[in-house]
Design a protein around this ligand. Structure first.
Ligand SMILES: Cc1cc2nc3c(=O)[nH]c(=O)nc-3n(C[C@H](O)[C@H](O)[C@H](O)COP(=O)(O)OP(=O)(O)OC[C@H]3O[C@@H](n4cnc5c(N)ncnc54)[C@H](O)[C@@H]3O)c2cc1C
Length: 312
């Protein structure tokens, strides 16, 4: 109930305007978001890398409605990749891209939007390769899953290192894991962050967790590179057991968590010899992202409300 209300707030223009006047450098925003500029993103990446983490940078923004906005997002990625290269961070830092941000969600002809998204994704992949790193395509709501996986297939012809994201809450995902568990295939498995209908997604958390474990088994026993994106202590333990059973070396898979979420657990996993990649969002369109994080953890809501009230 609270989760649904927060996800609705994420779309409220009034609250968004009020919250957006909060300084990004203070309080709850800076806990989850690196800052607004590429320089902020590079600074936070270098701090995390110095702590033994890897990073995936996400330039926030999903509501790209025209070609000019899509091109501007691509330029943002190209610039941050250039700065990461200059800072010598590309061995440990990659980028995550939402296709909706680079053209897929443009109104009008769907095929046209998919074509623009693919062209733009190629430009980001090329910039990433030039800088010595990779791209992972984020997963969005279920209406985009097929189109996103089609773009992935196309991209992997030229950029086989491109990472996929699969969402365990979708009923289809175990099958997608089977298709993608092949040599060289980097696959991030997450629970899924959108409000989805029961027709396509498991409504109960327990079924989502069970699906996550089934998917993990497929990925761990397959030949690809699983990226285990969860903060869930039980699933992290199960992932470790499945990796052992599959005789996987610690460098043949990685854990991933969001910036600001369970940082002590992130350090513990690194200390135990695991690869830990932190997903770091940055950019001025941080409001919707922050609301989704709060929807997952209503304990933080009071903190957020106080921050808006005091603009702190
Ligand atoms: C690296 C990464 C990339 C992602 N990419 C995508 C994507 O492309 N598409 C997509 O739909 N979703 C994505 N997600 C979001 C994901 O789908 C979930 O919404 C989110 O990770 C919460 O699920 P969870 O697995 O942590 O489990 P939950 O069931 O939400 O949480 C399990 C436990 O983790 C701890 N925990 C969770 N959140 C917090 C918090 N904020 N503060 C403190 N403790 C907490 C608590 O102990 C909680 O009981 C991504 C998540 C990660 C980590």
């Amino acid at each position: 109930m609270l989760r649904r209300s927060l996800l609705a707030l994420a779309r409220s223009e009034r609250v968004k305007r009020l919250a957006s006047t909060m300084p990004v450098s203070g309080g709850i925003v800076s806990r989850f978001v690196a800052g607004e500029t590429p320089e902020d993103a590079v600074r936070v990446s270098s701090e995390l890398v110095a702590d033994g983490m890897r990073v995936s940078l996400d330039h926030l923004g999903e509501d790209t409605l025209d070609r000019a906005q899509a091109d501007a997002k691509v330029a943002e990625y190209v610039e941050v990749l250039r700065q990461l290269g200059e800072a010598g961070l590309t061995t440990d830092t990659e980028v995550s891209v939402k296709l909706s941000a680079i053209g897929q969600a443009m109104p009008g002809d769907r095929e046209d939007a998919d074509r623009v998204a693919l062209e733009n994704a190629r430009r980001v992949c090329q910039a990433a390769r030039n800088a010595g790193t990779t791209v992972t395509l984020d997963a969005e709501d279920h209406t985009t899953t097929d189109a996103t996986l089609d773009v992935l297939t196309e991209l992997r012809q030229d950029f086989p290192e491109t990472g996929a994201v699969l969402q365990a809450y979708l009923r289809r995902t175990e099958g997608d894991c089977k298709d993608l568990a092949h040599t060289g295939s980097r696959v991030r498995l997450c629970k899924g962050a959108y409000n989805e209908p029961e027709s396509v997604a498991y409504p109960d958390r327990i079924d989502v967790d069970r699906s996550y474990v089934r998917c993990l088994k497929v990925l761990m026993n397959g030949a690809g590179y699983p990226m285990i994106a969860t903060h869930d202590p039980r699933l992290i333990r199960i992932a470790g057991v499945l990796a052992d059973r599959a005789d996987r070396a610690q460098d043949s898979y990685e854990y991933q968590m969001l910036y600001g979420v369970r940082p002590e657990e992130q350090r513990r996993l690194v200390g135990a010899g695991n690869t830990m990649r932190v997903y770091v969002p940055y950019g001025d369109e941080w409001y919707g992202y922050l609301m989704r994080r709060l929807a997952e953890r209503p304990a933080n809501v009071g903190f957020f409300v106080r921050s808006v009230a005091t603009k702190g």
